[in-house]
Design a protein around this ligand. Structure first.
Ligand SMILES: Nc1nc2c(ncn2[C@@H]2O[C@H](COP(=O)(O)OP(=O)(O)OP(=O)(O)O)[C@@H](O)[C@H]2O)c(=O)[nH]1
Ligand SMILES: *[C@@H]1O[C@H](CO)[C@@H](O)[C@H](O)[C@H]1NC(C)=O
Ligand SMILES: *[C@@H]1O[C@H](CO)[C@@H](O)[C@H](O)[C@H]1NC(C)=O
Ligand SMILES: *[C@@H]1O[C@H](CO)[C@@H](O)[C@H](O)[C@H]1NC(C)=O
Ligand SMILES: [Mg+2]
Length: 381
């Protein structure tokens, strides 16, 4: 009896010990998980480094390099090239600015605004000063415009990026998403753009393959154009799964912002869904007033709240394009038939005489002939 009860007692205490061990192991695993999580997410973002650099060099926030030759020049339009670019893209951008100058700006001397989420290096600034004939302004993007807003569930966003992986270009990239959000909602609010009414977006590595024998900014003003493009195409559906339904929710909430003669039918498929058509925003000549308008900023805020810049991979191109489709009519938008190449697509003017005299592109390779282009559909509206 005694022996038996002792064994039982030992057995009970042993199973108690085992339970405690299991609990301890679980706790250790949980703790390790929490530490790993904290290390991963509390890791200072690259931008934090930027803020430290800022503290020691305040002129990095904005640094204007004006050319004495431009001091008495009055530009016909308050306009500038706007280029979001990394220091590492210096050489691609030198080639681009050189072409832009040769084909157009050496006759006009419009200024340049360079924007970056990190301070530009002195090497970068000097190279641009040498390449450009216009004044050069270098600006830093504020931290809150280059980050995930606080209302986004970071874990869910990280998961969405991992799941998108390499199924679409930049599917797993957070920095690409920051860039798209900035180009959707913030570039036009940068203080360096306050003095301008129109902008021309340029990216490192693009080519201008024909002489531009007129001033596109002046064309915008004279013809009351608000938005200009050269290439249109179709978006990867996986990146904009809920953009159309969110846009429709916006229209239901703000019906007064929608223009009566809008061009939404250009973006609408036969079954009423988004047909993925958008203007390729790496080239844009547009009114800054359009983006600064209550309608556009309300649209951006609505999209930003919905979270698709991070939970999906909404691009600034479809966002700009759907805004154009809602807020503008056809006559306010212009197809600039300018010789332009951004890998892997190009626009090349068809007119044989113009092409022969002013271009080095092949008209048959122009995107407008491609079935994925939406430009003919636009022109036929
Ligand atoms: N400063 C800065 N600029 C960026 C960053 N990511 C992208 N950009 C710029 O944002 C613009 C668009 O980025 P891209 O990488 O060209 O994106 P994309 O045109 O969709 O894709 P590809 O040109 O095909 O790679 C370019 O002007 C880039 O230089 C970034 O992390 N920092
Ligand atoms: C819409 O377009 C039609 C035809 O082009 C025109 O007659 C009408 O005035 C336009 N409405 C508005 C509000 O611009
Ligand atoms: C387009 O909008 C502009 C500006 O609101 C207006 O002057 C023009 O008449 C409109 N055109 C059409 C066809 O609706
Ligand atoms: C370009 O396309 C046109 C029409 O399709 C064709 O007649 C012409 O030969 C092509 N040119 C070249 C150089 O391929
Ligand atoms: Mg690009």
């Amino acid at each position: 009896m005694q022996k038996l009860s002792a064994t039982t007692a030992r057995g009970v205490s042993a199973s108690k010990d085992k339970k405690q061990w299991r609990l301890l192991i679980c706790l250790v695993i949980l703790l390790a998980g929490m530490v790993a999580f904290a290390l991963n997410f509390a890791k200072p973002l690259p931008i934090e480094k930027t803020r430290h650099a800022l503290a020691s060099s305040p002129n990095q926030i904005r640094d204007s390099r004006l050319k004495p030759a431009n001091s008495n020049r009055v530009l016909p339009v308050r306009a500038a090239f706007v280029i979001l670019v990394r220091n590492s893209e210096l050489h691609e951008l030198r080639a681009t600015v050189r072409q832009l100058e040769d084909q157009f700006n050496s006759r006009y001397h419009y200024p340049y605004v360079f924007l970056n989420n990190e301070p530009f290096t002195e090497e970068f600034k000097q190279a641009m000063e040498w390449a450009a004939s216009g004044d050069c302004h270098f600006g830093l993007v504020p931290y809150h415009q280059w980050s995930m807003p606080p209302w986004i569930d970071r874990v869910r966003a990280k998961w969405a990026m991992t799941m998108m992986g390499d199924r679409v270009p930049y599917g797993d990239s957070e920095s690409y998403r920051r860039m798209c959000r900035f180009e959707s909602g913030f570039f036009f609010r940068h203080p360096l753009l306050d003095d301008f009414d129109y902008y021309w977006r340029v990216e490192p590595g693009v080519e201008f393959t024909c002489t531009i024998p007129y001033d596109p900014f002046q064309y915008m003003v004279d013809n009351k154009k608000v938005y200009g493009f050269t290439i249109s195409l179709r978006e990867f559906p996986a990146t904009v799964r809920t953009l159309w339904q969110t846009t429709n929710a916006f229209m239901a909430a703000y019906p007064d912002y929608i223009t009566p003669n809008n061009t939404l039918q250009w973006a609408t498929a036969a079954d009423g869904t988004y047909n993925m058509c958008h203007f390729w925003s790496n080239f844009e000549i547009a009114s800054l007033g359009f983006f600064r308008s209550p309608a556009y900023t309300a649209y951006f805020d609505f999209l930003d709240r919905a979270g698709g810049f991070f939970l999906e991979r909404w691009g600034d191109a479809p966002v700009h394009s759907l805004a154009v489709a809602m807020f503008l009519n056809k006559t306010q938008v212009h197809y600039f038939d300018i010789g332009y190449f951004h890998n892997p697509f190009q626009n090349c003017p068809n007119d044989p005489e113009f092409n022969e005299n002013y271009c080095f592109c092949h008209a048959n390779r122009s995107m407008i002939h491609n079935l994925d282009s939406c430009t003919k559909a636009w022109l036929n509206l």
